[in-house]
Write a protein that binds this ligand. Sequence first.
Ligand SMILES: C[S@@+](CC[C@H](N)C(=O)[O-])C[C@H]1O[C@@H](n2cnc3c(N)ncnc32)[C@H](O)[C@@H]1O
Length: 301
Amino acid sequence: MFYLVGLGLADAKDITVKGLEIVKNAEKVYLEAYTSILTVGKEALESYYGREVILADRETVEQLADDLLSGAVESDVVLLVVGDPFGATTHTDLVLRAKQAGIEVGVVHNASIMNAVGCCGLQLYSYGETVSIVFWSDNWKPESFYDKICHNSQRGLHTLCLLDIKMKEQSVENLIRGRQIFEPPRFMTTQQAAEQLIAIYKRRTASSDGKGDSSDDEAAADQNLFTDVTEESLAVGVTRVGSDSQRIAAGTLQQLADTDLGDPLHSLVVVGHMHCLERDMLRQYAIDVADFDERTKHVKE
Ligand SMILES: C[S@@+](CC[C@H](N)C(=O)[O-])C[C@H]1O[C@@H](n2cnc3c(N)ncnc32)[C@H](O)[C@@H]1O
């Protein structure tokens, strides 16, 4: 049988009792190590579970899926996933492949950032589409996440922004030369995410002010369908959710761009329409309480 076991969000002890029993009895236990991380490493899991855990990077999971699954025909194979197994799109594919190969699949759920983000006080029912904000490079600066956030905001909905993780990145030179040398892992911070959102807003505002040529203006007009996320927009940074060092900070995107929230992992929520209870919860985490009160005085009791 092939098991996907959710590990929860913080450390080794966040596994469920059901998950731990499966882990202890399985033939092989892999840890999916590229869509998310815990605050502890593989060794801490091995010591708590009392057994070997094999690190599975993107290649192992995506290219060697057949090998991973073939072991599950005769015996129990476990893939540990940080958060909930279905909190990342990647794992649905594995379930389909296993089922096509006639292998039975078991899933043990756990807390996910998709629901634990409720800790900031914004109601889970009032979120729109979740977006992923990716690291920009010199010649690749996608903006589609910005439009989705604006679209949610226009409907009064909050947006959970998951922030990019680069676990096994190769420099262009190493890639071209085929050298298996990898850069240190990188995790996007709420500061970087806020800066990218502000940069998109500023770029679009500048191009719609007539600084570009007419074709640029048309493109800008298209893109400017939704321009309501600005440096003044309210947002919340939630970091290391579920751990003892969890932090929540609420303020404008500019205030968040100026606030260091520490070690990974980070997520950002762009605030939509707030109920007064949501406002009261969020106020506890305001970076600047007086400024927060001024910006939210329209929220009715
Ligand atoms: C691709 S998602 C995987 C989600 C995971 N499977 C789950 O169910 O929580 C990874 C992103 O979720 C967010 N995230 C995951 N755990 C987090 C945590 N404990 N605190 C804050 N953000 C977190 C980060 O933005 C991270 O880059």
